[in-house]
Write a protein that binds this ligand. Structure first.
Ligand SMILES: Cc1ncc(COP(=O)(O)O)c(C=O)c1O
Length: 424
Protein backbone atom coordinates (compact mmCIF):
# COMPACT_ATOMS: atom_id res chain seq x y z
CA UNK A 1 0.00 0.00 0.00
CA UNK A 2 1.23 3.51 -0.80
CA UNK A 3 1.56 5.58 2.37
CA UNK A 4 2.79 9.13 2.99
CA UNK A 5 5.88 9.01 5.14
CA UNK A 6 7.76 11.30 7.45
CA UNK A 7 10.86 12.85 5.94
CA UNK A 8 14.16 10.95 5.78
CA UNK A 9 15.87 13.72 7.75
CA UNK A 10 15.12 16.65 10.03
CA UNK A 11 17.31 19.25 11.67
CA UNK A 12 17.69 19.01 15.42
CA UNK A 13 17.31 22.76 15.83
CA UNK A 14 14.15 23.90 17.56
CA UNK A 15 11.88 26.54 16.07
CA UNK A 16 12.92 28.88 18.89
CA UNK A 17 16.44 28.89 17.44
CA UNK A 18 15.20 30.75 14.39
CA UNK A 19 13.54 33.34 16.63
CA UNK A 20 16.81 33.76 18.53
CA UNK A 21 18.84 34.16 15.34
CA UNK A 22 16.36 36.66 13.88
CA UNK A 23 16.12 38.66 17.11
CA UNK A 24 19.90 38.84 17.62
CA UNK A 25 20.46 39.76 13.97
CA UNK A 26 17.85 42.54 14.11
CA UNK A 27 19.27 43.94 17.33
CA UNK A 28 22.84 43.61 16.00
CA UNK A 29 23.85 41.34 18.92
CA UNK A 30 25.28 38.31 17.10
CA UNK A 31 28.80 39.19 18.19
CA UNK A 32 27.93 40.54 21.66
CA UNK A 33 28.72 38.78 24.92
CA UNK A 34 32.32 37.93 25.74
CA UNK A 35 31.41 35.13 28.09
CA UNK A 36 29.12 33.07 25.84
CA UNK A 37 31.78 31.08 23.99
CA UNK A 38 33.93 30.33 27.09
CA UNK A 39 30.77 29.26 28.96
CA UNK A 40 29.80 26.93 26.13
CA UNK A 41 33.34 25.52 26.09
CA UNK A 42 33.22 24.83 29.84
CA UNK A 43 29.80 23.16 29.59
CA UNK A 44 30.90 20.96 26.72
CA UNK A 45 34.10 19.95 28.52
CA UNK A 46 32.09 19.12 31.65
CA UNK A 47 29.57 17.08 29.64
CA UNK A 48 32.37 15.08 28.04
CA UNK A 49 34.58 14.79 31.12
CA UNK A 50 37.62 16.39 29.52
CA UNK A 51 39.81 19.32 30.61
CA UNK A 52 39.47 21.60 27.61
CA UNK A 53 37.02 22.26 24.80
CA UNK A 54 38.05 24.91 22.30
CA UNK A 55 35.32 26.29 20.03
CA UNK A 56 35.96 26.14 16.30
CA UNK A 57 34.21 27.84 13.35
CA UNK A 58 33.68 24.37 11.86
CA UNK A 59 34.96 20.93 12.88
CA UNK A 60 37.15 20.80 9.78
CA UNK A 61 39.18 23.76 11.02
CA UNK A 62 39.75 21.81 14.24
CA UNK A 63 40.97 18.86 12.18
CA UNK A 64 43.29 21.11 10.20
CA UNK A 65 44.82 22.84 13.25
CA UNK A 66 45.16 19.59 15.22
CA UNK A 67 46.84 17.66 12.43
CA UNK A 68 49.07 20.59 11.48
CA UNK A 69 50.41 20.53 15.03
CA UNK A 70 50.76 16.76 15.29
CA UNK A 71 52.41 16.19 11.92
CA UNK A 72 55.02 18.95 12.08
CA UNK A 73 57.75 16.29 12.07
CA UNK A 74 56.13 12.97 11.18
CA UNK A 75 53.88 13.42 8.19
CA UNK A 76 51.64 10.39 7.93
CA UNK A 77 48.07 10.27 9.23
CA UNK A 78 46.45 6.83 9.30
CA UNK A 79 42.70 7.23 8.77
CA UNK A 80 39.57 5.62 7.37
CA UNK A 81 38.84 6.38 3.71
CA UNK A 82 35.12 6.13 4.43
CA UNK A 83 34.32 9.62 5.63
CA UNK A 84 33.41 12.98 4.12
CA UNK A 85 36.05 14.16 1.67
CA UNK A 86 36.46 17.48 3.54
CA UNK A 87 38.30 15.46 6.19
CA UNK A 88 40.85 14.22 3.66
CA UNK A 89 41.24 17.79 2.39
CA UNK A 90 42.04 19.01 5.89
CA UNK A 91 44.74 16.33 6.25
CA UNK A 92 46.25 17.54 2.99
CA UNK A 93 45.89 21.26 3.86
CA UNK A 94 47.68 20.52 7.14
CA UNK A 95 50.65 19.39 5.05
CA UNK A 96 50.21 15.76 6.11
CA UNK A 97 50.02 12.54 4.09
CA UNK A 98 46.82 10.50 4.28
CA UNK A 99 47.37 6.76 4.71
CA UNK A 100 44.08 4.99 4.13
CA UNK A 101 43.34 2.05 6.42
CA UNK A 102 40.47 -0.24 5.45
CA UNK A 103 37.31 -0.47 7.54
CA UNK A 104 35.20 -3.03 9.31
CA UNK A 105 32.04 -3.49 7.25
CA UNK A 106 29.66 -3.91 10.20
CA UNK A 107 30.51 -0.59 11.89
CA UNK A 108 31.77 1.21 8.73
CA UNK A 109 34.70 2.32 10.92
CA UNK A 110 38.46 1.82 10.80
CA UNK A 111 39.83 -1.70 11.29
CA UNK A 112 42.19 -1.88 14.28
CA UNK A 113 44.43 -4.54 12.70
CA UNK A 114 44.93 -2.28 9.67
CA UNK A 115 45.89 0.62 11.94
CA UNK A 116 48.49 -1.56 13.66
CA UNK A 117 49.84 -2.72 10.30
CA UNK A 118 50.11 0.76 8.76
CA UNK A 119 51.80 2.71 11.56
CA UNK A 120 55.47 3.27 10.84
CA UNK A 121 58.28 5.60 11.94
CA UNK A 122 56.82 8.50 9.95
CA UNK A 123 53.30 8.28 11.47
CA UNK A 124 52.37 11.55 13.17
CA UNK A 125 48.81 10.63 14.12
CA UNK A 126 46.07 8.03 13.93
CA UNK A 127 42.76 9.69 13.11
CA UNK A 128 39.68 7.55 13.72
CA UNK A 129 36.09 8.40 12.84
CA UNK A 130 33.03 7.25 14.76
CA UNK A 131 30.67 7.36 11.80
CA UNK A 132 26.85 7.33 11.91
CA UNK A 133 26.97 7.53 15.72
CA UNK A 134 28.70 4.14 15.98
CA UNK A 135 31.86 3.89 18.09
CA UNK A 136 34.85 2.41 16.34
CA UNK A 137 36.95 -0.11 18.28
CA UNK A 138 38.32 2.80 20.25
CA UNK A 139 39.85 0.80 23.11
CA UNK A 140 41.64 -1.47 20.65
CA UNK A 141 42.97 1.45 18.60
CA UNK A 142 44.04 3.26 21.78
CA UNK A 143 46.05 0.19 22.83
CA UNK A 144 47.80 0.13 19.46
CA UNK A 145 48.55 3.87 19.59
CA UNK A 146 49.87 3.65 23.15
CA UNK A 147 52.08 0.70 22.29
CA UNK A 148 53.51 2.52 19.26
CA UNK A 149 53.66 5.98 20.87
CA UNK A 150 51.44 7.63 18.24
CA UNK A 151 48.89 10.36 19.13
CA UNK A 152 45.25 9.37 18.61
CA UNK A 153 42.68 11.85 17.33
CA UNK A 154 38.96 11.01 17.30
CA UNK A 155 36.55 12.46 14.75
CA UNK A 156 33.44 12.49 16.92
CA UNK A 157 31.46 14.76 14.60
CA UNK A 158 28.68 12.18 14.18
CA UNK A 159 28.85 10.73 17.70
CA UNK A 160 28.55 13.48 20.28
CA UNK A 161 27.28 11.83 23.44
CA UNK A 162 28.29 8.23 22.74
CA UNK A 163 30.48 6.54 25.35
CA UNK A 164 32.45 3.32 25.74
CA UNK A 165 32.56 1.80 29.21
CA UNK A 166 31.34 5.06 30.67
CA UNK A 167 33.88 7.26 28.89
CA UNK A 168 32.59 9.68 26.26
CA UNK A 169 33.95 9.37 22.75
CA UNK A 170 36.31 12.17 21.85
CA UNK A 171 38.21 11.79 25.14
CA UNK A 172 40.17 8.59 24.50
CA UNK A 173 43.22 10.00 22.83
CA UNK A 174 45.19 13.17 22.35
CA UNK A 175 42.18 15.10 21.08
CA UNK A 176 38.59 14.86 19.90
CA UNK A 177 36.87 16.74 17.09
CA UNK A 178 33.19 17.73 17.25
CA UNK A 179 30.86 19.36 14.75
CA UNK A 180 27.81 21.53 15.40
CA UNK A 181 26.93 21.78 11.73
CA UNK A 182 23.31 21.81 10.63
CA UNK A 183 22.96 18.02 10.20
CA UNK A 184 24.34 17.15 13.64
CA UNK A 185 22.53 16.24 16.88
CA UNK A 186 23.70 19.54 18.38
CA UNK A 187 23.45 22.32 15.88
CA UNK A 188 24.42 26.00 15.76
CA UNK A 189 24.31 26.33 11.93
CA UNK A 190 28.11 26.16 11.64
CA UNK A 191 30.58 25.28 14.33
CA UNK A 192 32.66 22.73 16.10
CA UNK A 193 35.10 22.14 18.90
CA UNK A 194 38.35 20.38 19.70
CA UNK A 195 38.66 18.67 23.07
CA UNK A 196 41.86 17.69 24.86
CA UNK A 197 43.41 17.08 28.27
CA UNK A 198 46.67 18.63 27.09
CA UNK A 199 46.98 22.17 28.53
CA UNK A 200 49.71 23.26 26.14
CA UNK A 201 47.82 21.98 23.10
CA UNK A 202 44.61 23.77 24.17
CA UNK A 203 46.59 27.00 24.67
CA UNK A 204 48.18 26.60 21.25
CA UNK A 205 44.73 26.16 19.61
CA UNK A 206 43.39 29.25 21.37
CA UNK A 207 46.40 31.19 20.23
CA UNK A 208 45.90 30.04 16.62
CA UNK A 209 42.29 31.19 16.44
CA UNK A 210 42.37 34.31 18.61
CA UNK A 211 42.95 36.67 15.69
CA UNK A 212 40.47 35.07 13.30
CA UNK A 213 37.49 37.36 12.64
CA UNK A 214 34.07 36.26 13.85
CA UNK A 215 31.93 34.16 11.52
CA UNK A 216 29.96 36.69 9.47
CA UNK A 217 26.35 37.48 10.28
CA UNK A 218 25.59 37.20 6.57
CA UNK A 219 26.76 33.59 6.35
CA UNK A 220 24.91 32.63 9.53
CA UNK A 221 21.69 34.22 8.31
CA UNK A 222 21.98 32.46 4.95
CA UNK A 223 22.46 29.14 6.73
CA UNK A 224 19.53 29.86 9.07
CA UNK A 225 17.31 30.62 6.06
CA UNK A 226 18.41 27.36 4.41
CA UNK A 227 17.64 25.36 7.56
CA UNK A 228 14.29 27.09 8.01
CA UNK A 229 13.31 26.26 4.43
CA UNK A 230 14.35 22.65 5.04
CA UNK A 231 12.40 22.56 8.30
CA UNK A 232 9.26 23.83 6.59
CA UNK A 233 9.60 21.42 3.66
CA UNK A 234 10.10 18.43 5.97
CA UNK A 235 7.49 19.43 8.56
CA UNK A 236 4.82 16.81 9.23
CA UNK A 237 2.05 18.86 7.65
CA UNK A 238 3.99 19.76 4.49
CA UNK A 239 6.19 16.76 3.75
CA UNK A 240 3.59 14.00 3.26
CA UNK A 241 1.32 16.25 1.22
CA UNK A 242 3.83 17.81 -1.15
CA UNK A 243 7.60 17.54 -0.58
CA UNK A 244 7.66 13.76 -0.56
CA UNK A 245 5.80 13.51 -3.83
CA UNK A 246 8.15 15.98 -5.52
CA UNK A 247 11.23 14.11 -4.36
CA UNK A 248 9.68 10.75 -5.17
CA UNK A 249 8.96 11.99 -8.69
CA UNK A 250 12.52 13.30 -8.95
CA UNK A 251 14.07 10.05 -7.80
CA UNK A 252 11.89 7.69 -9.83
CA UNK A 253 12.29 9.80 -12.99
CA UNK A 254 15.96 10.68 -12.52
CA UNK A 255 15.35 14.43 -12.42
CA UNK A 256 18.82 15.62 -11.50
CA UNK A 257 17.77 19.16 -10.56
CA UNK A 258 15.57 17.68 -7.81
CA UNK A 259 17.85 14.83 -6.73
CA UNK A 260 20.90 16.97 -6.17
CA UNK A 261 19.04 19.00 -3.53
CA UNK A 262 19.33 16.02 -1.19
CA UNK A 263 22.84 15.01 -1.99
CA UNK A 264 25.49 15.98 0.51
CA UNK A 265 28.53 14.83 -1.37
CA UNK A 266 29.07 15.12 -5.10
CA UNK A 267 32.30 14.74 -7.07
CA UNK A 268 34.97 15.55 -4.49
CA UNK A 269 37.56 18.21 -5.27
CA UNK A 270 40.95 18.27 -3.65
CA UNK A 271 41.89 21.29 -1.51
CA UNK A 272 45.56 21.83 -0.78
CA UNK A 273 45.25 25.27 0.88
CA UNK A 274 42.85 26.03 3.68
CA UNK A 275 40.36 28.63 2.33
CA UNK A 276 40.55 32.01 4.10
CA UNK A 277 36.77 31.89 4.58
CA UNK A 278 37.25 28.91 6.94
CA UNK A 279 39.42 30.92 9.30
CA UNK A 280 36.73 32.43 11.50
CA UNK A 281 35.72 32.29 15.15
CA UNK A 282 32.45 31.00 16.55
CA UNK A 283 30.16 33.89 17.44
CA UNK A 284 28.63 34.36 20.91
CA UNK A 285 25.19 33.94 19.34
CA UNK A 286 26.12 30.44 18.16
CA UNK A 287 27.38 29.56 21.63
CA UNK A 288 24.03 30.74 23.03
CA UNK A 289 22.23 28.44 20.58
CA UNK A 290 24.35 25.49 21.72
CA UNK A 291 24.10 25.89 25.48
CA UNK A 292 20.54 24.57 26.05
CA UNK A 293 21.15 21.63 23.72
CA UNK A 294 23.77 19.73 25.75
CA UNK A 295 21.23 18.69 28.39
CA UNK A 296 19.13 16.99 25.68
CA UNK A 297 21.83 14.86 24.09
CA UNK A 298 21.47 11.65 26.13
CA UNK A 299 17.67 11.65 26.07
CA UNK A 300 17.64 12.01 22.28
CA UNK A 301 20.31 9.32 21.91
CA UNK A 302 18.06 6.91 23.83
CA UNK A 303 15.23 7.52 21.38
CA UNK A 304 17.51 6.64 18.46
CA UNK A 305 18.73 3.49 20.23
CA UNK A 306 15.06 2.50 20.50
CA UNK A 307 14.72 2.85 16.71
CA UNK A 308 17.87 0.77 16.20
CA UNK A 309 16.25 -1.98 18.26
CA UNK A 310 13.36 -2.06 15.75
CA UNK A 311 15.62 -1.77 12.68
CA UNK A 312 17.68 -4.67 14.03
CA UNK A 313 14.94 -7.02 12.72
CA UNK A 314 16.69 -6.48 9.36
CA UNK A 315 19.74 -8.34 10.64
CA UNK A 316 17.79 -11.57 10.00
CA UNK A 317 17.95 -10.94 6.23
CA UNK A 318 21.14 -12.58 4.93
CA UNK A 319 21.66 -10.03 2.10
CA UNK A 320 21.77 -7.03 4.45
CA UNK A 321 24.69 -5.89 6.56
CA UNK A 322 23.28 -4.12 9.60
CA UNK A 323 25.29 -2.31 12.28
CA UNK A 324 25.74 -4.07 15.62
CA UNK A 325 22.88 -3.52 18.07
CA UNK A 326 24.47 -2.06 21.18
CA UNK A 327 22.47 -0.53 23.96
CA UNK A 328 25.40 0.32 26.23
CA UNK A 329 25.76 3.93 25.00
CA UNK A 330 28.57 3.18 22.54
CA UNK A 331 26.25 3.33 19.54
CA UNK A 332 23.85 6.27 19.32
CA UNK A 333 22.73 5.77 15.68
CA UNK A 334 22.75 9.27 14.26
CA UNK A 335 21.58 7.31 11.23
CA UNK A 336 21.02 3.58 10.92
CA UNK A 337 23.16 2.46 7.95
CA UNK A 338 22.22 -0.74 6.15
CA UNK A 339 24.32 -2.19 3.34
CA UNK A 340 22.57 -3.96 0.49
CA UNK A 341 23.78 -5.36 -2.84
CA UNK A 342 21.72 -3.05 -5.10
CA UNK A 343 20.78 -0.02 -3.04
CA UNK A 344 19.12 1.87 -5.88
CA UNK A 345 16.80 -1.04 -6.65
CA UNK A 346 15.74 -1.20 -3.01
CA UNK A 347 15.38 2.58 -2.80
CA UNK A 348 13.16 2.61 -5.89
CA UNK A 349 11.02 -0.17 -4.41
CA UNK A 350 10.72 1.69 -1.11
CA UNK A 351 9.96 5.07 -2.71
CA UNK A 352 7.29 3.50 -4.93
CA UNK A 353 5.65 2.22 -1.75
CA UNK A 354 5.76 5.58 -0.01
CA UNK A 355 8.91 5.27 2.11
CA UNK A 356 11.33 8.19 2.12
CA UNK A 357 14.84 6.76 2.50
CA UNK A 358 18.16 7.88 1.09
CA UNK A 359 21.53 6.61 -0.09
CA UNK A 360 24.67 7.57 1.82
CA UNK A 361 26.58 9.63 -0.70
CA UNK A 362 29.86 9.41 1.15
CA UNK A 363 32.21 7.20 -0.79
CA UNK A 364 35.58 5.47 -0.55
CA UNK A 365 38.07 8.34 -0.66
CA UNK A 366 40.92 5.91 -1.26
CA UNK A 367 39.53 5.37 -4.78
CA UNK A 368 38.73 8.97 -5.75
CA UNK A 369 40.76 10.27 -8.68
CA UNK A 370 41.57 13.53 -6.88
CA UNK A 371 43.35 11.55 -4.16
CA UNK A 372 45.12 9.15 -6.55
CA UNK A 373 48.50 10.07 -5.06
CA UNK A 374 47.45 8.43 -1.82
CA UNK A 375 45.46 5.52 -3.25
CA UNK A 376 45.45 2.29 -1.26
CA UNK A 377 43.38 -0.76 -2.00
CA UNK A 378 40.61 -0.79 0.64
CA UNK A 379 38.12 -3.42 -0.53
CA UNK A 380 35.77 -3.09 2.46
CA UNK A 381 35.53 0.69 2.10
CA UNK A 382 34.96 0.24 -1.64
CA UNK A 383 32.08 -2.20 -1.09
CA UNK A 384 30.60 -0.11 1.72
CA UNK A 385 30.92 3.08 -0.32
CA UNK A 386 28.43 1.83 -2.89
CA UNK A 387 26.00 -0.07 -0.72
CA UNK A 388 24.86 2.05 2.24
CA UNK A 389 21.29 3.22 2.59
CA UNK A 390 20.56 5.47 5.55
CA UNK A 391 17.51 4.62 7.60
CA UNK A 392 16.00 7.68 9.30
CA UNK A 393 16.66 7.86 13.04
CA UNK A 394 15.90 11.41 14.18
CA UNK A 395 13.96 11.69 17.45
CA UNK A 396 10.58 12.82 16.06
CA UNK A 397 10.51 10.06 13.43
CA UNK A 398 8.48 7.57 15.47
CA UNK A 399 8.49 3.80 16.07
CA UNK A 400 5.66 3.17 13.63
CA UNK A 401 7.56 4.85 10.76
CA UNK A 402 10.62 2.73 11.58
CA UNK A 403 8.42 -0.37 11.60
CA UNK A 404 7.02 0.53 8.16
CA UNK A 405 10.55 0.84 6.77
CA UNK A 406 11.41 -2.58 8.17
CA UNK A 407 8.29 -4.12 6.64
CA UNK A 408 8.91 -2.65 3.18
CA UNK A 409 12.50 -3.87 3.18
CA UNK A 410 11.47 -7.33 4.39
CA UNK A 411 8.90 -7.49 1.58
CA UNK A 412 11.49 -6.42 -0.99
CA UNK A 413 13.84 -9.23 -0.02
CA UNK A 414 11.03 -11.79 0.25
CA UNK A 415 9.88 -10.86 -3.27
CA UNK A 416 13.43 -11.11 -4.58
CA UNK A 417 13.84 -14.56 -2.96
CA UNK A 418 10.55 -15.75 -4.45
CA UNK A 419 11.52 -14.48 -7.90
CA UNK A 420 14.80 -16.35 -7.68
CA UNK A 421 13.04 -19.53 -6.59
CA UNK A 422 10.57 -19.26 -9.45
CA UNK A 423 13.39 -18.76 -11.95
CA UNK A 424 15.33 -21.80 -10.64
C1 LIG B 1 32.52 12.52 10.08
C2 LIG B 1 32.63 13.99 9.88
N1 LIG B 1 33.81 14.60 10.04
C3 LIG B 1 33.96 15.93 9.86
C4 LIG B 1 32.90 16.72 9.48
C5 LIG B 1 33.11 18.18 9.24
O1 LIG B 1 32.32 18.95 10.08
P1 LIG B 1 32.15 20.52 9.76
O2 LIG B 1 31.17 20.61 8.65
O3 LIG B 1 31.66 21.11 11.05
O4 LIG B 1 33.49 21.03 9.38
C6 LIG B 1 31.64 16.13 9.30
C7 LIG B 1 30.49 16.95 8.87
O5 LIG B 1 29.56 16.51 8.28
C8 LIG B 1 31.51 14.74 9.50
O6 LIG B 1 30.32 14.14 9.32
Amino acid sequence: MLTSPRSRARFYARWTNYQKVAAEAMLGRIHDGDDAVPTMERELAAFLGVKHAVAMPQARVGIYLTLKALTAKKKKVVLSPYTIHDVINMVICAGATPVFADIDRKTCNIDTAEVARLIDNDTGAVFVTHLHGLACDIEGVREVCRAKGVPLVEDTCQSLGASVNGQRLGTFGHSGIFSFGMAKNVNCLYGGAVTTNDDAFAAMLRDEIKDFPYQTAELLLKRAAFCLTGDIMTADVVFPLSTFWIFRFGYLNQVEALNKRWRGEDAPQIKEQIPDTYLRRMTPMQARLLLPQFAQIDRLSQIRVGYARIYDALSRIPDIITPPLREDGSHIYLNYPIQVPDRHALLRYAMQRGRDLTVQHMGNNADYACYARWHRDCPNARATGTSVLLMPCYPGYGDSEVQKNVEVIERYFATAANTMKAAA
